[in-house]
Design a binder for this molecule. Sequence first.
Ligand SMILES: C[S@@+](CC[C@H](N)C(=O)[O-])C[C@H]1O[C@@H](n2cnc3c(N)ncnc32)[C@H](O)[C@@H]1O
Length: 232
Amino acid sequence: MLNRTGRKLQSLYLDGRLRINRALGLPAQTGKDIQIFKKIFDNYMPRKKLKVFEWGSGFSTIYYSEYLRKRGIAAEWHSIDNNRIWHEKVSSIVKQKNLEPCIRLYLREFAPFWEKPGWGPVPPPCGVFGPKSENEIAYINFPSQFGNKFDIVIIDARFRRHCIQTTKKLLLPEGIAVLHDAQKAHYHAGLDEFRHSAFFDSGLWYPFQGNSNKVWIGSMENKELFEVLKSL
Ligand SMILES: C[S@@+](CC[C@H](N)C(=O)[O-])C[C@H]1O[C@@H](n2cnc3c(N)ncnc32)[C@H](O)[C@@H]1O
């Protein structure tokens, strides 16, 4: 068990790694996370144009859209965020890189749970910080407004358990749901409702981390992609 100084050092280390990733234009992901995501994009066979929905815009939006473009895969990438400053920063990079034809960014603004009154070192009872405001609910339900369903849905930001429930309704039968940071047990509610479901180890962020990071993948009918990922 690490003491407070140890935990502080780990948090500084993680912060440093995230800064380096941002400076390099990389997603807020470990190297192994990136390998897993690429393997999904490399092996997923869309019926037509690849449709992606992502909760949590960022360098992932830009990096993987560029990756798909380089590989000649036609894609439409929709991504929503709750933080205006971050949304504007990501929007300006999308513009600068001429990715506007394939990326659509959305904003439903609200404070993250750690900025809300009552948040502190003692974890609150489940549900106390659940979605309540109009924008929080709109953020969770946002992709339901699109007529067509999605090939790939990425859950990487606020209210992940609720976003997983929305994902079930908007994923194509062969579509793939991807939950980042899936090592956290409180994100697991509802994952077993996907017929195919597996966790993939995605390495460590900092020394003495203990449990490694995980990416969870779920699908109703696409068993083949799970076989491919096992080879990583
Ligand atoms: C961990 S980030 C993940 C973003 C993206 N999916 C990626 O992998 O690059 C999740 C959230 O952090 C918030 N955020 C705010 N400021 C940020 C910053 N400077 N860098 C990264 N994320 C930031 C955003 O609201 C975003 O939705």
